[in-house]
Design a protein around this ligand. Sequence first.
Ligand SMILES: *Cc1c(COP(=O)(O)O)cnc(C)c1O
Length: 420
Amino acid sequence: MLAINGGKPIRYGGWHTWPPRNEKTITQVTKVLQSGRWAISGPYVNSPLFEEEFAKQYAEFNGVRYCVPTANGSSALVIALEALGIGIGDEVIVPVLTWVATASTVLRVNATPVFVDIDPNTLCMSVDAARSVITERTKAIIPVHLHHSMADMNAFIALSEETGIPLIEDAAQAHGAIWRGQRAGSMGRLGTFSFQQSKVLTSGEGGAVITNDPELYERLQQLRADSRRWVSEPRKLNGMQLIASGKVMGANYCLSEIQAAMLLAQLPYLEEQLKNCAENAEYLDQKLASLECLYPLKQPSCLERRTVYEYIIGIDREAFGNHPIERICEALKAELGLCFYPPDTPLHQSLLYQPLTKKRFSNTSEKAKILDVSGLSFPIAEEAAQNSIVCHHAAFLGSKSDMDDIVVAFEKILTNVNEL
Ligand SMILES: *Cc1c(COP(=O)(O)O)cnc(C)c1O
């Protein structure tokens, strides 16, 4: 009998949990608390900033020259857009299947998000769909690296070179993924990350922008610290490290020292963690593919190492008795003590994306009409959202025997589908 109907479950939880807890994080955070400096806008205290050290190490990790940490992944997107000078009247192309922030941040700089459908292989933005909506108002394209795949960066880079439209890679879910030897986020003009609690590197809340462009780096500093940039002079006790420049109007999107310390404590373990998760995902792909009614994501050949943020798998709903995804997820959860859930709703149908409820986004009926996306249709994203199941990367932090349990749970549900 299925566990959802009172049968014996395959296991009672016992999965790795997220966020990670380690001693080093506690020691580092304590150091900050005792230092007398909790913010980069506070006076200098004769010890290096955790924020600057993290920026340096995270830039190195990604193989780029510069990194500007931010309060969250959304503010990273806002300042990336602003650094490119994007604003009123501009259009930015975003995939319709993504977290709401990819699109809501475009609204926040007074530009218009233009949604496009996804590529059924990667579930990331389709480059052909992006090409088809380019106008003279298009000022950026934001490929998002979702779940455990990546947008086809070869094709997006070619499109960007051909049209001169810059790419902002939203790598909020893809820290450390490797595409033809390069890290996710390092191939566009700018790349953005989130360190929100669920992400693969986290400080509860947090974010970062990376770039190789020194001018963009100067602008990003000021955009995130109320128009202030780093001073170049030697640092003096109780002096300020940020000074006004009068060149770029910013806002406060700074990461706190406590958050930077948490990130610094965890960064040394990230590579090993990502590798382990990718190996487990690869193993699970192979096992689940043999069940024939489950369709693991095809991995593009250029994706040398995926980052598993949310493991997504396509399912043949008929084989599961055409039950709603939620019911299948509940049955899996009952067998394993592990959460499964449906993917995000495509933004044109999502409760999270409601631009007309905020006056700052439209002051004319003409603008309101442009922002009303409720009548649009994106068949590939809609189909993927209705026929996929998602599981958080925490489940992949362990061993192959954890993966075997997931396979057994799917098999058990499929052989007892009449019970669902
Ligand atoms: C999490 C996420 C964001 C936003 O990050 P926050 O830190 O929550 O602001 C943006 N884009 C994608 C694809 C995300 O998954």
